[in-house]
Write a protein that binds this ligand. Structure first.
Ligand code: ADP
Ligand code: MG
Length: 247
């Protein structure tokens, strides 16, 4: 379980990205952060692995304040998947997936063997193992990114708009794959998107943020749909559903 207690973040230039956030993210479920661009989703996500540190407040993982943990070790123990996959261009698929285990001192052979298993988990053809990222489609690159995020066998997987850069059909395939992987592995997934449909599809719990990292509503998709907390929430849900105007 991940817990935010009165967390605020003001960047050095004065931008208040997050203010007074209280939030509990349950273990072994998918929590989706959704909100407009600039609402603070990435900042909040990155505070979980200390890529960003809060200005005030605390964040606890399974009851331990992460402010006391060593940031590099923490980062390597938590999976992180971002848009455009962030793969290393001069390393093969297999070595990209094995990056973190190798940094943590795994033997090369063992790490590559595990990387091959992960290719199967994320639905990648084993023949792609020796390719370089530029030789893959966008959807394949994102699958490699997910495999890399899983490589250290983390309990927590952070995903920042991981399917934002692929076309709608591939995106739908990746969403289905993620649901399957989650059923099999049961990770604590924190998934960021600006797409309310994606949030409702993937989230056991959805956290809708407004500008300034303010939590507008937290709940299961059904709760947000049936009982929106206010007009901001209902407006955000409606704006994400343009096809309703075609009825
Ligand atoms: P989102 O992921 O929801 O689009 P972000 O967390 O990236 O939002 O940004 C939230 C706010 O913080 C925005 O106003 C953004 O410009 C600002 N911000 C993000 N990173 C920095 C930074 N390193 N320095 C200054 N402001 C930042
Ligand atoms: Mg972002």
């Amino acid at each position: 379980m991940i817990e935010f207690r009165q967390v605020s973040k003001r960047f050095p230039d004065g931008t208040l990205a997050v203010s007074g956030l209280d939030l509990v993210i349950p273990a072994r479920q998918t929590t989706v952060f959704v909100g407009s661009s600039g609402s603070g989703k990435t900042t909040i996500l990155r505070m979980i692995n200390r890529m960003v540190d809060p200005s005030s407040g605390s964040i606890l993982i399974d009851g331990n304040d992460i402010g006391g943990l060593e940031p590099v070790a923490l980062r390597r123990s938590i999976g992180y998947v971002m848009q455009n996959s962030g793969l290393l261009p001069h390393r093969t698929v297999l070595d990209n997936i094995a990056t973190v285990p190798l940094l943590r001192g795994a033997k090369r052979g063992t790490a590559r063997e595990h990387a091959r298993e992960l290719m199967a988990v994320v639905g990648l053809d084993p023949n792609l193992a020796q390719r370089y990222p530029a030789q893959l489609s966008g959807g394949q690159q994102q699958r490699v990114g997910v495999a890399r995020g899983l490589a250290a066998d983390p309990n927590i997987l952070l995903m920042d708009e991981p399917f934002g850069a692929v076309d709608p059909i591939v995106r739908a395939e990746l969403q289905v794959e993620l649901q399957r992987i989650q059923r099999e592995l049961g990770k604590t997934i924190v998934f960021v998107t600006h797409d309310i449909d994606e949030a409702f599809l993937l989230g056991d719990q959805v956290a809708l943020f407004r500008h300034g990292g303010i939590l507008a509503q937290l709940g299961a998709p059904r709760e947000l749909l049936d009982n929106p907390a206010d007009e901001f929430v209902s407006g955000f849900i409606d704006a994400g559903r343009p096809r309703s105007i075609l009825r």
